[in-house]
Structures are given as structure tokens and as C-alpha cells.
Design a protein around this ligand. Sequence first.
Ligand code: PRP
Ligand code: URA
Length: 209
Amino acid sequence: MSKVYVFDHPLIQHKLTYIRDKNTGTKEFRELVDEVASLMAFEITRELPLQEVDIETPVGPATSKTIAGKKLGLVPILRAGLGMVDGILKLIPAAKVGHVGLYRDPETLQPVEYYVKLPNDVEEREFIVIDPMLATGGSAVEAINSLKKRGANNIKLMCLVAAPEGVEILQEAHPDVDIYLAAMDEKLNDKGYIVPGLGDAGDRLFGTK
Ligand code: PRP
Ligand code: URA
């Protein structure tokens, strides 16, 4: 069974409060999502393996550390996942970025895939799939199916807010994929929205309705 981590860093929790607030406008919402994504990237990379390298400082030779191991790939689920990409790239600028386009059919709540483009070396990368919302779990399950079908074998999922229902579905479908969250909320409402959540993440990020 996969693990679920909720990042309780005070800065993440503070900023998430303003992301949730319905009075937060598009510009500020975007900036806050970007900042929280950076902070979450800082936490999610905590366990990356290091290797020793020999360098010369202006004072003399030194043995220091750089990140070793697999190369990273980010995969935002379109659209709302895009809002978190730049914040993560600020800390991991060398990461390649793939895209999976999915939308949730408003009637059936089932994910509909409309676009997939991943880096070539899928088997060699450690992927972080990004989406602000894990609601019924359908979109994340489908996005990860899509990655696995193309050869990805090392995947994490990073979301701002999740519903317990979505976490359970994701864990059943992909027990090898650990989940990293800023908050685990109470439940889904009858329209499949996370309660209390933050509303429609895509609409709030892009100013649509
Ligand atoms: C939202 C969100 C997730 C999905 C979560 O996207 O960004 O991708 O819903 O819901 P689920 O867990 O029930 O699948 P949406 O379908 O609204 O598309 P958008 O990002 O284009 O707005
Ligand atoms: N998608 C969103 O953007 N918000 C929710 O609460 C659920 C799905």
C-alpha cells in the first residue's frame, strides 16, 4: 500500500488558507499556488539521494554533494496542474515536463483524456504527477495509467488538497504511488467537489467559469 504524506509546514498551511478563501482573486490565487508548489517541492525532494563530488572552491579543494539517482520528470494534469509547474521548476530547473490533458465530465465525473506528451526516456525518470485536486481520484488514476502504459515505473503524486475517497481509489489502483498533499479534507459533495476544498481549481487559476 502506498504512503500518504501531508505537509504540515506552517508556511504551506498559512498560504493554503488564502488559497481556499473565496475572496482571494485570480492573481493572488495563482501566486499562492505557485509559492505552495515550491514549498511542497522542497519537502518532496527531501529524500533524494546525494553523491559526493570533488570541486575546487576559491580557497582550495573540497568534497561536496550533488543530487544523484534518477532524473526527474514533472507531469501536470491539464489544466489546473499547470499552476504548480513553475513553482516546482524554480527549485528543480533541470526537470523535464510532460503533460497529460484530462477533464472531468461534469455529468459522469469520469475523466476524459485529450492529450499526452511525455519525455522520451520515460523508463529512466522519476515522475511527479501534479494536480491541485484529488477529488474522486478518477483523473489521477487515469493520468498515472497513461504514464505506466508508456513505460513509467517510478511515480509520485503531488496535490494541494485531497478527499479521503480519492486517496482510497488512488491507493487501490496504484499501490506503488505515494501521495504528497498540503491537506486531507473531509469529504466530497454530491457534485464531486472537495469539502471544504477550494472550489474549482482550474477556474480559479485561469479566471474562467
Ligand atoms: C479538476 C482537477 C483534477 C480533477 C480532480 O480538473 O484539476 O484534474 O478535477 O477531480 P477527480 O479527482 O474527481 O478526477 P477538471 O476536470 O475540472 O479540469 P480542468 O483542470 O481543465 O479545470
Ligand atoms: N476539481 C476541482 O477543481 N475542485 C474540486 O473540488 C473537485 C474537482
